[in-house]
Ligand binder design. Structure first.
Ligand code: AMP
Length: 551
């Protein structure tokens, strides 16, 4: 027998309708790439999203079409989040920190139809436009008076459309279409640690359920009384779902745009009375340093979620003790929308000493309802939750990936002895008797710098292309500012005298500049495993104490 409740579909458009109708006057503040501070509210974003949706329909956007963005956190990007998904098309957020070759590869793989970009990223659009045959139009997210001068004298140059002109020409009325909540809503590429990047295709249902989960008190715990500043970019895993969660709770929003330095962030935190934020550890380093140098304190900021890579315990303590900010350490991944665990104390922890409480809060935390997890040994057998045994971390749930876009990489799931499907995260960790996860390592060999991945295989391939290199490995070396930086380990060819400088120069123009290894060491041989694979864990041990010139 079926229940007799309304079958309202969990659509992303319902979130903006809710925020527009019930938190309409609540402000949305953006530091624009134009340089000024812009103010709007949920009602205007709701209205402009509808107008933008009409503009997209007029451009010929059909359900399932991919519409890409290369943009900072700002109100126009938020409008695209709702307009594109709202009409059943797929918002494909592209990470502008990738090398243009990768941007072109991803845009082609996604078969993007239209690309919306911030003025900052015009050079990327110009660099890749000729290589993206599926893209019918490039739209610069600004007003006419800020558009680049017409370039018709050079017929190959990009002639972008103007965002505000498109909007102005479109009708404001629209009733969001209703469709199956399992329809794809947005697409985000992982950074291709083995082979090419893979697309994670989120659905309306997964995004709305994730927004509910993220808002819960033991997760982000955001509410209508908050003023939220998402530092985490909207071009990576949908800014941890915040564009949806913020609409769901109807809070005040502050978008930092391109200015992510300590001074600019501090100004926004104070001027707008921010209460809650989210970002990778590196961002907080800049802000903390700036505040310490100037003797500043926060007047309203009380809580932040930190994840994307392990949050150093010292950072949790500094934010807590020196600045009165509660840190929620979180773990997740693109394949999980991204939230998996968040670290908050349970009732039974409240009588523990402050020191013991902090030791718990350093962990990656407890799953939120919606996600289940377990650790297994190499044979797939469950490991105990004793806080000691560590194993491969498996997850499942309605906002966890079941396959990659275009079936790239085959079926990623594993089936356990009970016939239940799990997604292997590639991370390794322990789970304690209270169910708190601690990530001890990751099985992948990628390098995480400033919260972004650097693919070591790409860097090795470039080094291996040098005529005097016999073998090359790139490993992560801990770095005080960027968490990790790449170190290139090279075996020279016989009689070669190729230098560190030669090899670093060899990277110029082939990759994004910040991917370039920080240093090079020369070795007689690189250790190999039984199947001929490089033993990077061994290399990491050997060079653990290596002093990088930039550290
Ligand atoms: P991404 O898909 O780019 O968001 O990267 C996800 C990966 O980042 C995870 O699989 C982990 O290896 C790592 N990660 C994310 N959050 C944490 C954390 N709090 N501690 C340690 N590693 C983390």
């Amino acid at each position: 027998m079926q229940g007799l409740m309304m079958g309202t579909q969990l659509l992303i458009s319902t979130l903006i309708e809710h925020a527009g109708r019930h938190a309409g006057e609540t402000e949305i503040v953006s530091r624009r790439v134009e340089g000024d501070i812009h103010r709007t509210n949920w009602r205007e974003v709701q209205q402009r999203s509808k107008q933008l949706a009409n503009a997209l329909l007029a451009m010929g956007v059909k359900p399932g079409d991919r519409v890409a963005t290369i943009a900072w956190n700002g109100y126009r990007h938020l409008e695209l989040y709702y307009a594109v998904s709202g009409i059943g098309a797929i918002l494909h957020t592209i990470n502008p920190r990738l090398h243009p070759d990768q941007v072109a590869w991803i845009a082609n793989h996604a078969e993007d139809r239209h690309v919306f970009f911030d003025a900052t990223f015009l050079p990327i659009a110009q660099a890749v436009a000729a290589r993206c045959p599926t893209v019918k139009s490039w739209v610069q997210m600004t007003a006419r008076d800020r558009m680049p001068a017409a370039q018709s004298a050079t017929p190959t140059a990009l002639e972008p459309l103007c965002y505000e002109e498109l909007l102005a020409a479109a009708a404001p009325q629209l009733v969001w279409p209703s469709f199956d909540e399992n329809t794809a809503s947005s697409l985000c590429y992982t950074s291709g640690t083995t082979g090419n990047p893979k697309g994670v295709l989120y659905s309306h249902r997964s995004s709305v359920l994730h927004a509910f989960g993220a808002a819960m008190p033991d997760a982000m715990g955001v509410s209508a009384s908050d003023c939220v500043l998402p530092v985490v970019p909207m071009f990576h895993v949908n800014a941890w779902g915040l564009p949806y969660t913020m609409a769901l709770v109807g809070c005040k929003v502050v978008f930092p745009g391109a200015a992510l330095d300590g001074k600019s962030l501090y100004e926004l935190f104070e001027n707008e009375k921010v209460t809650f934020s989210a970002g990778v550890p590196t961002v907080w380093l800049g802000l903390i340093n700036y505040m310490k140098q100037n003797g500043y304190t926060f007047s309203s900021f009380r809580k932040t979620i930190i994840g994307g890579s392990a949050c150093p315990p010292a950072m949790i303590r500094t934010l807590n003790d020196d600045f009165g900010v509660e840190v929620i350490h979180a773990w997740g991944m693109s394949e999980m929308s991204p939230l998996g665990t968040t670290c908050k104390l349970a009732n039974r922890h409240l009588t523990l000493s402050k020191d013991l409480q902090l030791r718990i809060l350093e962990k990656q935390g407890h799953v939120i309802y919606g996600v289940d997890m377990k650790i297994v040994d190499p044979d797939g057998k469950d490991l105990p939750w004793d806080g000691v045994a560590f194993g491969d971390l498996l997850v499942r749930g309605p906002w966890v990936v079941r396959a990659y876009f275009k079936s790239e990489g085959g079926d990623p799931l594993v089936i356990d002895a009970d016939g239940i499907s799990w997604f292997p995260t590639g991370d390794v960790g322990t789970i304690d008797p209270d169910g708190y996860l601690q990530i001890t390592d990751r099985s992948k060999d990628v390098i995480k710098s400033g919260g972004e991945w650097i693919g070591s295989i790409d860097l090795e391939n470039i080094a291996m292309a040098h005529p005097e290199v016999a073998m090359a490995a790139v490993i992560a070396i801990p770095h005080p500012k960027w968490d990790e930086r790449p170190l290139l380990v090279v075996v020279r060819k016989a009689d070669s005298t190729v230098s560190r400088e030669d090899l670093l120069a060899h990277y110029e123009g082939k990759i994004a500049k910040w991917w370039t290894p920080d240093d090079v060491v020369f070795v007689e041989a690189i250790p190999l495993g039984a199947t001929g694979k490089m033993l990077k864990a061994k290399l990491r041990d050997t060079f653990r104490g290596h002093k990088l010139p930039t550290a």
